[in-house]
Ligand binder design. Structure first.
Ligand SMILES: [Fe+2]
Length: 200
């Protein structure tokens, strides 16, 4: 079954992040990951397993790029999903953040700091391994993810996400990202996580 690119889940212009950036980000880069994953899966169907080799083999390279392309798709879908809002925090997710981090501001301070140092992604995730919220950092699509953790609020810190509009000013990009955050979408994701939580 082929993967299909999802349309951007919002139509409104964003604060600070230009249409040009979003067009390149969604239509070229994200759609590119979808196409590459399909291509990889097609090639994996016939790749010669008998030549599998850790230094180089067609099968090995396809398996490496399979996780890169897959996470490239899903992390971008999470990222686009929480944009297009008004940045007004609220709901059960904020209550859970306050409980875990002590206050919303303490969480935000850490989330922003993670954004300042990330080379790839910052992910507020609910980790089913310890049943807690964490701000995780991934320097690449397939480096740094924690198995069993569900993303809720995802921030793309690859340079393509901000360089056209902000140059090297990551701080303002992160501030604007928070202004564009759709807390309804984030709360919907968190509600799905709550349904999967172990019953006390
Ligand atoms: Fe991106």
């Amino acid at each position: 079954m082929k993967y299909e690119a999802k349309p951007l889940p919002f139509l409104k212009p964003l604060t600070g992040i230009s249409e040009k950036t979003m067009m390149i980000h969604h239509d070229k880069l994200y759609v590119g990951y979808v196409n590459k994953r399909n291509e990889i899966e097609e090639k994996l169907a016939t790749a010669d397993r008998s030549l599998a080799n850790a230094t180089y083999s067609e099968y090995g390279e396809l398996k490496r790029e399979e996780s890169f392309a897959a996470n490239g798709i899903f992390l971008h879908e999470y990222y686009f999903n929480v944009l297009g809002g008004e940045g007004k925090q609220g709901g059960d997710l904020v209550k859970a953040i306050e409980k875990e981090f002590g206050s919303y501001d303490k969480w935000l301070e850490d989330f922003k700091a993670a954004g300042m140092v990330a080379r790839g992604w910052v992910v507020l995730a609910y980790d089913f391994n310890d049943n807690r919220l964490h701000n995780y950092l991934c320097d690449g699509h397939n480096h740094g993810g924690i198995w069993g953790a569900m993303p809720v609020v995802v921030l793309d810190m690859y340079e393509h996400a901000y360089f056209i509009d902000y140059g090297s000013d990551r701080k303002t990009y992160i501030e604007d990202y928070m202004k564009n955050l759709n807390w309804d979408s984030a709360n919907n994701l968190y509600a799905n996580v709550v349904k999967m939580m172990p019953k006390a």
